[in-house]
Ligand binder design. Structure first.
Ligand code: GLN
Ligand code: ZN
Length: 756
């Protein structure tokens, strides 16, 4: 019999119940007991859904109130000592303080979980970190599931990935891997607590195996699993995902664990390296990272021969935890039936595994109806006219080879731009959005609901634009913007105006803690049916003599923050979006908006996990960006903006985007980025952010001056712009004008100095 198991389930609940309950608890509106109740019932729902789909083991320990790596910090006693908390007796209130900070301590830093949009809390390791086991989190969930009569498999992130994901802190330099000998006994203790509570199998995730690991980390895997297997009397299932681990195949196959999980969606080719494995092989065949139905017959074509080899040692599973997919498609009543028939969310995915399991155990005829439906859906999707639009393919195919090159090199373009822009040294601008006040959000919501007419909505937005333009005039900002009042979200706004995009109503996935995002779905060829921003920007331009900056979201960011179709390469989707945006850029240019910013905050986070794949990604990503400017005049000035990441290691690629001006987040790191410019001479204009917009605090003149002087040391004055770190939409008005005034004053002061 083939075993079907789940690596992990979404935690926030079918309707984000956990989020709402947590936030109420944080506001003091519900008691801890009420929150605990909500959590318990969500776990029960999750397990029942897994059991209902015929899963042989439900996942336990995957539920968390905030983050599974924070749970692991508590379980191993490795919470930051700076909080002064006792990990053995941590209260829920303290747990949330670790995640969100308190009046004395900043929160534990957060960063992206591999190449997903989920964020984990980064463990802070010190040379003398003392580990202490506290298995409660895992044991309690195991017992709860058992009490429901379910067979459960605890899941926990393994010691190597745990150390790998952390950071070294403290004065003394050390290697966090040196903590492993102290950490392993604590893992042994935790795992043995689970054995005592009745765990037969324990899933230990080592996702770090899918990134580039140096030899010492690979050796640590060997040492860890030799120790754990010897000391723990349970069957250990070592789980890998997000990429191929074929380069470690010999090592992994020789480990004394009872089973291995591999991701056959991201890296189907790695199967060849593992199909002769002599223990349990868990095949991750259903995509845990995307929302498309599987073609079940095709999956069976892979699984059946594997079953012939492995017999009952074949397990099946989603490729990774389902935490990255929305909960349930069946509640999406507004999606059209055709599109819906191509999609599978968490609950649909476990049903797919149910069908696969039955087919493997009883033969395909036992699930003939389901298999036919799956084949029909795949067939329909492959041939749908909504997906493949001949004109899109033709346009891409017929692009001239130099379509991604501006007419002239930067030195010449910037002259043509300066000729009409007439900007002073250290020109000032902002990143695009201005405060999204309650009025703006209410007007947008009313318009969406149909409670506000298009005329009234347009009038409300125009009023806002007029206000924003006036403020910038008064502040004497050289390149004003219209303020983006009409945009709820920088990707959703454009997605809704492009063909090939669809939106769900409840398709939430956890981003961090109680925060969820609802990524749009790119299902077909992308086309821009009509201008998207021209009327707003043109209206803004009528209000001022200063050159108005048009504002678009770039193709890589549009791609990165969406669920992307899996029937053509991402690179091609990205180029399609680039060309759709090119239509907009040309229309803006025609309308006289000749400074245009194309935001790419997500370009860095799209980097593949393995360095060997970086060049290829950066080549097509920067090409897609450059395609947005296909055929425009030299005198049109293209800006781009980046944030959320450190960009030091991809500066050449950023230069290859060939934007005339780049504005980039730097203030939070005291312009650390600029150090990289000492080595790499960034060729075009650049505006390193001079103050942090994430805080309501108004920067002092001295702070901004300090940053700008630092910038002037490595960037020629005539290349340097002055701007905040990012958009201002999350800020309130008073601090916004106050901060911008300080910024402009400092720019003028230094400008006078430079001109003297
Ligand atoms: N133009 C966008 C804004 O100002 C940029 C947002 C971003 O960088 N994430 O809001
Ligand atoms: Zn930004």
């Amino acid at each position: 019999m083939t075993t079907f198991h789940v690596l992990g389930f979404p935690r926030v609940g079918p309707n984000r119940e956990l989020k709402f309950s947590q936030e109420r608890y944080w506001r003091g509106e519900v008691t801890e007991a009420e929150l605990l109740d909500v959590a318990k019932s969500l776990r029960e729902t999750n397990w029942k859904n897994q059991a209902a789909a015929n899963a042989d083991y439900v996942a336990v320990g995957d539920f968390t109130f905030y983050d599974h790596i924070l749970d692991l910090q508590v379980a191993t006693g490795a919470i930051p000592a700076r909080f002064g908390f006792d990990s053995q007796n941590l209260t829920l209130a303290q747990y949330f303080q670790l995640a969100r900070g308190n009046k004395d301590q900043f929160a534990i830093e957060m960063t992206k979980w591999f190449d997903t949009n989920y964020h984990y809390l980064v463990p802070e390791f010190h040379k003398n970190t003392v580990f202490k086991a506290n298995a409660k989190h895992y044991v309690q969930q195991l017992q709860e599931a058992q009490a429901l009569g379910l067979k459960a498999k605890p899941t926990i992130v393994g010691p190597v990935s745990f150390l790998y994901l952390g950071k070294e802190k403290g004065q003394e330099a050390f290697n966090r891997l040196d903590l492993l000998p102290k950490l392993l006994p604590v893992y042994v203790e935790i795992l043995n607590e689970l054995v005592k509570a009745g765990a037969e199998w324990i899933q230990i995730d080592e996702p770090a195996l899918a990134v580039d690991l140096s030899q010492e980390w690979v050796d640590a895997v060997k040492a860890s699993y030799e120790t754990l297997s010897k000391a723990v009397n349970a069957k250990l299932l070592l789980a890998t995902y997000f990429g191929s681990v074929a380069d470690h195949a010999d090592l992994l196959k020789a480990l004394p664990v009872a089973g291995l999980h591999i991701d056959l969606v991201r890296a189907p080719e790695q199967l060849a390296a593992f199909e002769n494995y002599d223990k349990v092989l868990s095949a991750g065949v259903i995509d845990g990272r995307n929302i498309w139905c599987a073609n079940l017959n095709k999956v069976l074509d892979t699984l059946e021969p594997l079953k012939a080899k492995l017999g009952d040692r074949l397990w099946i599973a989603p490729s990774c935890s389902l935490l990255h997919t929305p909960y349930d498609l069946s509640v999406e009543k507004e999606l059209d039936a055709e599109l819906a028939s191509w999609l599978a969310f968490t609950l649909q995915k476990v049903q797919e595994l149910n069908v696969l399991k039955t087919a493997l155990n009883e033969g395909r005829p036992a699930v003939a109806t389901e298999l036919k439906a799956s084949a029909d859906a795949a067939q329909a999707r492959a041939s749908s006219a909504r997906i493949h639009r001949a004109e899109v393919a033709k346009r891409l195919a017929e692009l001239p080879a130099n379509a991604d090159q501006r007419q002239s090199p930067f030195e010449k373009r910037i002259e043509a731009q300066q000729a009409w822009l007439n900007l002073p040294l250290l020109p000032t601008t902002t990143i695009g959005s201005f405060p999204q006040t309650l009025e703006i959000r209410q007007a947008r919501a009313a318009f969406k609901k149909g409670a506000l007419s298009l005329e009234d909505y347009t009038a409300a937005m125009k009023k806002e634009i007029a206000h924003v333009v006036k403020v910038q005039e008064e502040l004497d900002i050289d390149i004003p913007v219209h303020g983006e009042a009409e945009r709820n979200d920088m990707v959703e706004y454009f997605g809704e105006l492009l063909d090939g995009y669809a939106f769900t109503k409840f398709g939430w996935v956890q981003s961090y803690g109680s925060r969820c995002v609802k990524p749009p779905i790119i299902y077909g060829d992308v086309v821009r049916p009509e201008p998207m921003t021209v009327s707003w920007s043109s209206y803004a331009q009528t209000l001022t003599k200063r050159p108005m900056k048009g504002m678009l979201t770039g193709p890589v960011t549009m791609l990165q923050w969406s669920f992307v179709r899996n029937d053509i390469p991402r690179s091609e989707v990205c180029k399609q979006i680039g060309l759709a945006l090119n239509d907009e850029v040309r229309d803006l240019e025609k309308a006289g908006i000749k400074v245009i910013q194309i935001d790419e905050p997500a370009i860095r986070e799209g980097l593949p996990l393995r360095r060997a794949d970086w060049d290829n990604y950066l080549a097509w990503a920067t090409e897609a960006f450059r395609l947005t400017s296909y055929g425009i005049e030299d005198s049109t000035q293209i800006h781009t903006h980046m944030c959320y990441s450190e960009f030091n290691d991809i500066l050449p690629a950023i230069a290859a985007m060939d934007a005339d001006v780049i504005t980039i987040e730097t203030s939070r790191s005291d312009m650390e980025l600029l150090d990289a410019f000492v080595k790499f001479k960034y060729p075009n204009d650049i505006g390193p952010g001079v103050y942090d917009i994430h805080s309501p605090r108004v920067p002092t003149e001295a702070e901004i001056e300090h940053l700008l002087r630092k910038a002037l040391e490595v960037i020629p004055a005539k290349r340097l712009w002055v701007n905040p770190d990012c958009g201002l939409k999350t800020r309130a008005w008073p601090e916004t004008t106050a901060a911008l005034k300080v910024m402009v004053d400092v720019a003028k002061k230094l400008r006078a100095e430079l001109n003297a």
